[in-house]
Each structure stands twice: as structure tokens, then as C-alpha cells.
Design a protein around this ligand. Structure first.
Ligand code: CA
Length: 508
């Protein structure tokens, strides 16, 4: 007797075999890479069509005050997975591709919590949290990694798409690795005879503008040196399709039980190399085109969930790890072709910045039939996903976690978000409290090589970002009592982790 007939006799149809347990909904967290507050249609972008994201955001709960903890990737992702502020770990800064695993697997992690609550967990796409114990052997199983962090399945890139090794790592093993062509990685020295952007510029199909002049892979120069692994090297233009298929595969295999999927999109981080079918889909050049590609990726995953009748019992959280950047190391005309588009919307700064464009990001929750369409101005942080999901799935969190349970806010049942949060940019912090932002004095340059404004200044800054989202009017002098109160609160929260960084001499 065919299996289908057997299950029908047992009273369980194919559709009913899905995970329909309302106490254990599936959870999908999708995190874009360097997608700005203003880069999406639902935030007003006209030049970049993002119909799939717009549909989800407008039929879900869209946050206008949603934050990443940090203005760069590694610390931001660290906070998402650990529920702890990244500035409490001095190693939580942008990692090279051969860095050791940053997360202490003996402490709380969100995927471990989900596992204990009965979930099968998967991590697909961008990782950038280190793996192994430092300078790992890429030709052997790499431990510890995503598995030890709490992911039953993983298919990831070790760091970023601009860093070596340019290979996919599935369950700790490099995909398509040939033992006869071993992979070597070095971030300090090139391997003898291996071409770089400096020695062999004729091999480049994409030119570097700053920092990206080491090994050449797929005609694109990278950060770091790599040798071997020719069959294992990714083709950037195929990365979107590759990870979409991996995401579908994970969902397909786990559709009958509760699953938690972290899907780290690699777009619109550099190098921006969309699949040819997306080239020219905007007038903004590769940066616009890869955002359209990212929108397609999200649509593919959502359509797949729908095709398996899983959307009714799947919570989808979408955000970005940090704000936007145009020239992040390659000459891809992102600035030249920008036109009227504003990647950070009306916000000041972007990636790397203490200003709001660094950490205030696109952020929405979609849950078909469960979350009513709404726009929420509640203050909310990706930091709070960990504790809020624990409440959702009956998981446990330890004492002392920075992550706070705002599940009612994520479900649209409350508008009472965080009273305050600390944002961080390259080790420097500031405080948002209600509608106000306080940034302490910090020495340092106004911009880095990307041209993004970093937020360094030798004075305290106080902004009302509800009235002044562009952080143009410093009201520190006009509201001294509020400034003092916020300074006190800031120091209370960051005590032990903050070094006053005022060196007036540097201004002269
Ligand atoms: Ca990023």
C-alpha cells in the first residue's frame, strides 16, 4: 500500500503532517548585509524595486525605530546570536576570514535555546563570527563552528564575500574541496607565485578602490591571501541561487517539525556581483541590482514556505546587520550612479557610523494571519530577538542577558518598546533614550575611506531624532539637564566598558 494511503487511513493527510503546532511556530530570521534604512521600497525608495520585501513589510509589522546593535557586521551578528551587547566582548569587531570562533559556546546562544525548545536549527549564508580555533585547516573538519553555536545544519561563508577563503563551508567542511588541491589562507603574506590585484591587474573584472588588492578570485580582488581550492571557490554571481536552494532544502527536510532558520543574505555587501539576470534591473548599477536580487531571494524562500503550507505557522523576521555604504572598497559606481536615491533615507551617516544611519535599519516581522499589518514606532533592537523568541517558543534564557523580552511588541500587541539602547560603532558607543540620542565626544577622523561620516567630534551631541532624524541640530547646549541625565545613564550602562576618548590636542 502506498504511503499516502496509509497516512490517509491514519487520519493524517499530507498537509496535516506539517508543523502546525501553534506553540512551536517555525522561525525564519533573514539578515541582509549593509542594507540601509532607505534602501527598500517600504521605506520610500523609488529607484530600487523591492516588491517582495514591501509586500511582507506592509502586510506585517514594520518598525521605524528598529536597530542593529552595531554599525558593522561581526558585533551586530554576535549580539543577535548571543543576546549580549557586543561591546562587552572586546574581540567582537570585524573579523578576518581565518579568525577563531568568536562566540563562547558554553554561554547562552539563541540557536541552542531554540534546540532545547524542540527546534531543528539551520544557519545559511553569511556568518562572519569566526570558526575553528584560529587559522583553521580548511582541508579538515573545522571545529568549533556553527554546530557548536547551536545550528544542527549550516552552509555558510566564513566571513564576508570580500574576504578569503572564498568557499562555502557546509557543516564544518569546505564544499567541493579536493584533497589534491589543499587550501591555504594567510592574512599577512601572499603565497609565492600567486597573483594579486597589485601584481596582475589584467586579471581583474572588478577594480578595487581601497583595501581589496590581495588574492584574485573570479576576477575580483579580495582581502587576504588564498592558495589552492580551485574547485571549491565560489562564483559570486551564483551565490544568491546557491543559498536560496540551501534554504529551500533545509525547509523541505524539516517541514514536519519546528525549525529555526537563520538566513544571512550576502547582499548588498561588496563585492556586488549579481546574477546576470539581475544586471541592469535598476539604474543604480551593481549596488541597486544586488538589492533587487536580495528581494528575489526573500521572495523565493517565502514562496517556498507558502508552497508547503507553512506560512501560517512561520514567523519571519527581516532586518539588516548595519547601515549602508557606497564605496566599500571596489569601483562599482555605487556613488556615481546613486542619483536621488538615499540609502540611509533621512538618517545621517551609514555603516561604521555613530550617527543613526549606522544602526537604525530596515526591520519588520511578518506572520501570515497572526500579526496584523501595522507600522510601529516602538524602539526595538535585534538584541531583543533572543529573549523574545524564548518567550514565543517556551525556551529558557539565563539571568543577566542584555536581550529583553519584547514579544508583545514583535507581535504588534504592544507599542511599549525599549526605553533605551546602546548603539556601537567600531568600539565607540552612544545612547538612545526615547526620542533622544546622546553621542559622547570621540577623537578620530570625520570619515573613513568609504566617505561615510563616522560620528567623531570633540563635543557631546544631543539630538531629538523624532523631530530631527537627520541629526542636524545639536541641542546639547539647549537642554543641559537632559544631556546630564543621559550622560549619567550612559555611564551606568557601559560602566567598565567605556573609555572616555577626549583628546582635545588632536583637534589642533
Ligand atoms: Ca554588514
Amino acid at each position: 500500500m502506498p504511503l499516502a494511503a496509509l497516512t490517509a487511513i491514519g487520519g493524517v493527510s499530507q498537509a496535516e503532517a506539517k508543523n502546525n503546532n501553534p506553540d512551536k511556530p517555525n522561525v525564519v530570521v533573514i539578515l541582509a548585509d549593509d542594507l540601509g534604512f532607505g534602501d527598500v521600497g517600504f521605506a520610500g525608495a523609488k529607484a530600487i524595486p523591492t516588491p517582495r520585501l514591501d509586500s511582507l513589510a506592509c502586510n506585517g509589522l514594520r518598525f521605524t525605530n528598529g536597530y542593529a546593535t552595531s554599525a558593522t557586521s561581526t558585533p551586530s551578528r554576535y549580539a543577535l546570536f548571543t543576546g549580549m551587547y557586543p561591546w562587552k566582548n572586546q574581540d567582537a569587531k570585524i573579523l578576518p576570514g581565518d579568525a577563531p570562533l568568536l562566540i563562547n559556546v558554553n554561554n547562552y546562544t539563541m540557536p541552542q535555546m531554540m534546540q532545547k525548545a524542540g527546534y531543528t536549527t539551520g544557519a545559511i549564508g553569511k556568518w562572519h563570527l569566526g570558526m575553528g580555533e584560529g587559522h583553521p585547516d580548511w582541508n579538515d573538519t573545522i571545529r568549533p563552528g556553527a554546530k557548536e553555536v547551536g545550528f544542527d545544519y549550516s552552509c555558510i561563508i566564513a566571513a564576508t564575500n570580500d574576504r578569503v577563503p572564498t568557499v562555502f563551508v557546509e557543516n564544518g567542511v569546505v564544499v567541493n574541496q579536493d584533497p589534491n588541491d589543499p587550501i591555504y589562507v594567510d592574512y599577512d603574506n601572499n603565497f609565492e607565485g600567486e597573483p594579486t590585484a597589485l601584481t596582475n591587474p589584467e586579471m581583474l573584472k572588478m577594480e578595487w578602490s581601497h583595501g581589496h588588492n590581495n588574492s584574485i578570485v573570479n576576477g575580483i580582488p579580495r582581502i587576504g591571501y588564498m592558495k589552492g581550492g580551485n574547485d571549491a571557490k565560489w562564483v559570486d554571481e551564483e551565490m544568491a541561487d546557491y543559498f536560496v536552494e540551501k534554504a529551500k532544502g533545509f525547509i523541505n527536510e524539516n517541514q514536519d517539525q519546528p525549525f529555526f532558520l537563520y538566513y544571512g543574505l550576502h547582499q548588498p555587501h561588496v563585492p556586488r556581483a549579481p546574477h546576470p539576470r539581475f544586471v541592469g534591473s535598476t539604474n543604480l548599477g551593481p549596488r541597486g541590482d544586488v538589492i533587487v536580487e536580495a528581494d528575489w531571494c526573500v521572495g523565493e524562500v517565502v514562496d517556498y514556505l507558502d508552497s508547503l503550507n507553512l506560512l501560517d505557522n512561520t514567523m519571519i523576521i527581516f532586518s539588516s546587520d548595519n547601515g549602508p555604504v557606497l564605496d566599500d572598497g571596489y569601483k562599482d559606481n555605487a556613488r556615481e550612479m546613486l542619483g536621488d536615491h538615499k540609502p540611509a533615507g533621512d538618517l545621517r551617516g551609514g555603516k561604521y557610523s555613530l550617527y543613526d544611519g549606522g544602526t537604525r535599519v530596515p526591520f519588520f516581522v511578518y506572520w501570515k494571519g497572526k500579526i496584523q499589518p501595522a507600522v510601529s514606532d516602538a524602539l526595538i533592537s535585534q538584541l531583543d530577538i533572543a529573549a523574545s523568541l524564548a518567550e514565543l517558543v517556551g525556551g529558557e534564557i539565563p539571568e543577566g542577558l542584555d536581550s529583553q523580552n519584547y514579544l508583545p511588541v514583535f507581535l504588534g500587541e504592544s507599542n511599549e518598546g525599549r526605553p533605551e539602547l546602546i548603539f556601537e560603532a567600531q568600539g565607540k558607543m552612544g545612547l538612545r533614550q526615547g526620542d533622544y540620542i546622546m553621542i559622547p565626544p570621540y577623537k578620530g577622523p570625520q570619515t573613513n575611506l568609504t566617505g561615510n561620516e563616522l560620528g567623531n567630534a570633540m563635543e557631546y551631541r544631543l539630538f531629538n531624532v523624532k523631530e530631527d532624524p537627520g541629526q542636524v541640530n545639536n541641542i546639547a547646549a539647549a537642554e543641559p539637564e537632559r544631556l546630564e541625565a543621559m550622560k549619567t545613564e550612559f555611564l551606568n550602562i557601559v560602566e567598565g566598558y567605556y573609555t572616555p576618548n577626549v583628546v582635545v590636542e588632536e583637534l589642533k
